[in-house]
Design a protein around this ligand. Structure first.
Ligand code: ADP
Ligand code: MG
Length: 277
């Protein structure tokens, strides 16, 4: 029997931005896929009633017996909710339209902001021995997103390289601050990743310069290019890494995963030094 105390807790990352269409789901799916390529064990939690991450990872609507909604209410076994995908090391907690009414239905629930945190700390999730949990958030700062931020170690913000990209960010950072002041003081910013970047477009470069000047080091060096293979992959129920492994999109998400892993290794080493000191 494995000694549970030796199993490190997975790092929980909420992929969030209250704007729709900025690349949250695309990033959750493809980053997860790139992380398993690096040998990590990953769970994607689909928290968006639209269920795009679930479809993108190959789970048809009719095959979703349970959903993340049941994870929140605790009314079904985690073992029934979380399904193994066709790729080794990758699990999914699917979304159904049940989640659309979650904000209202769960409004009066006890500890309503802590429901996902509680579920993700359960022993059944522990048993999966995960390295990462990526939460694909809905395009809002609703109770669902708050649940994600309360459950998470960090937030990863996809920023579409277009005009007004930075506008919504202050509101998002305000929500992060509020969660930090209350339910989850340890919540960190994992980073901001520029998506749909087009090198031939001056505007992309302006947004990049602006983001790096304003936000500094939290902006990932890796940028995700606008790439048609990325947008085609979900209709084949595949990540871009599986759909076209040599595409620019696949290479970019691979680079993002490596940058993320390096940052964490760096942080762990720094942590170790601080403890030694
Ligand atoms: P969100 O989850 O934030 O609403 P999505 O990840 O669903 O955004 O992306 C919105 C749309 O943009 C989708 O149709 C997706 O296929 C497309 N898309 C996302 N990233 C890219 C990219 N790097 N290149 C081309 N298309 C992209
Ligand atoms: Mg989405």
């Amino acid at each position: 029997m494995s000694d549970r105390s030796l199993i490190k807790a997975p790092r929980i990352i909420a992929v969030t931005n209250q704007k729709g269409g900025v690349g949250k789901t695309t990033t959750a799916i493809n980053l997860a896929s790139a992380l398993i390529e690096q040998g990590c064990r990953v769970l994607v939690v689909d928290l968006d009633p639209q269920g795009n991450a679930s479809t993108g990872l190959g789970l048809e609507l009719e095959d979703r017996d349970y959903s993340t909604y049941d994870l929140l209410t605790g009314e079904a076994d985690v073992g029934d909710i979380v399904v193994k995908t066709q790729w080794d090391g990758l699990w999914l907690s699917p979304a159904t339209t049940d989640l659309a009414s979650a904000d209202m239905e769960l409004h009066d629930a006890d500890q309503r902001s802590f429901l996902l945190q509680k579920a993700l700390r359960s022993e059944d999730i522990n048993d999966l021995e995960l390295d990462y949990i990526l939460i694909d958030c809905p395009p809002s700062l609703s109770l669902l997103t708050v649940n994600a931020m309360v459950a998470a170690d960090s937030v990863l913000v996809p920023l579409q390289a277009e005009f007004f990209a930075l506008e919504g960010l202050s509101q998002l950072m305000l929500s992060v601050r509020e969660v930090r002041q209350g339910a989850n003081p340890n919540l960190r910013i994992e980073g901001v990743v520029l998506t749909m970047y087009d090198v031939r477009n001056n505007l992309s470069q302006l947004v990049e310069a602006d983001a790096r000047a304003t936000l500094g080091e939290i902006v990932f060096k890796t940028m995700i290019p606008r790439n048609v293979r990325i947008s085609e992959a979900p209709s084949y129920a595949q990540s871009v890494l599986h759909y076209d492994s040599g595409s620019r999109g696949a290479k970019a998400y691979r680079a993002l995963a490596k940058e993320l892993l390096e940052r964490h290794e760096g942080a762990n080493r720094r942590g170790a030094h601080e403890q030694e000191a």
